[in-house]
Design a binder for this molecule. Structure first.
Ligand SMILES: CC(C)(COP(=O)(O)OP(=O)(O)OC[C@H]1O[C@@H](n2cnc3c(N)ncnc32)[C@H](O)[C@@H]1OP(=O)(O)O)[C@@H](O)C(=O)NCCC(=O)NCCS
Length: 175
């Protein structure tokens, strides 16, 4: 390689490093009622059996932890957690299909786990469809283990699907 080619390659590499360093991360912020129409386009695209907008409104009204990932004014995903009496439940984690498998689901789950700890929850639980291996792999890799099965928990085409119940201890037993 000629020196000027090397210099150009170095400048290009430097540019990549600089760009990577300043590339803004999606912002995590609280969900507002005004976000619900945009959120529902993601919910309807990502799930075969989506929640209704009313369920999200109820979660907001109940004071659940409802968070969105936003980039340049566009919603990329969201998560919902309830926490009470030393237990937390992850109720929804969803990433827009075009942005899946880029690390955003993990970012959301980690934020929800931080919120569960902030609420002093000793354990966190969730339900997941056995037909959702991506979500199961994500939860396993964050430390969840299967603790049970709820028979016929989810709607399915002409039938019902079981739920795998997963859980994780958040605090050492001495807390
Ligand atoms: C499940 C979901 C939230 C994961 O979000 P994501 O942004 O795609 O996941 P991440 O990129 O953070 O990946 C985290 C892990 O999930 C698993 N995973 C996610 N997408 C995967 C895919 N397409 N293939 C295989 N594993 C996948 C992997 O274990 C991955 O870890 P790795 O990247 O180290 O292999 C997302 O697929 C989604 O929104 N699905 C539709 C809604 C849903 O099913 N929510 C869960 C309800 S319980």
């Amino acid at each position: 390689m000629q020196t000027r080619d090397l210099a150009a390659a170095a400048r290009a590499a430097q540019g990549r490093v600089v760009n990577a360093a300043v590339a803004p991360l999606p912002r995590l912020r609280a969900l507002h009622a005004r976000d619900l129409p945009e959120l529902m386009t993601i919910e309807n695209a990502a799930y075969e059996f989506p929640w209704t907008q009313g369920i999200f409104s109820d979660c907001l009204a109940a004071g659940y932890e409802c968070w969105v990932l936003e980039d340049g004014g566009q919603l990329l995903g969201y998560g919902v957690l309830s926490a009470a009496a030393g237990e937390a439940h992850i109720l929804n984690v969803c990433v827009a299909p075009a942005h899946q498998h880029c690390g955003l689901g993990r970012l959301l789950v980690r934020r929800l786990l931080d919120l569960a700890r902030w609420h002093r929850a000793a354990q966190v639980f969730l339900e997941v469809r056995p037909s959702n291996p991506n979500a199961i792999a994500l939860y396993h890799s964050e430390g969840f283990i299967q603790i049970g099965v709820r028979k016929g928990y989810y709607p399915a085409h002409g039938t019902r699907e079981d739920a795998i119940v997963m859980g994780m201890d958040l605090l050492p037993p001495s807390h």
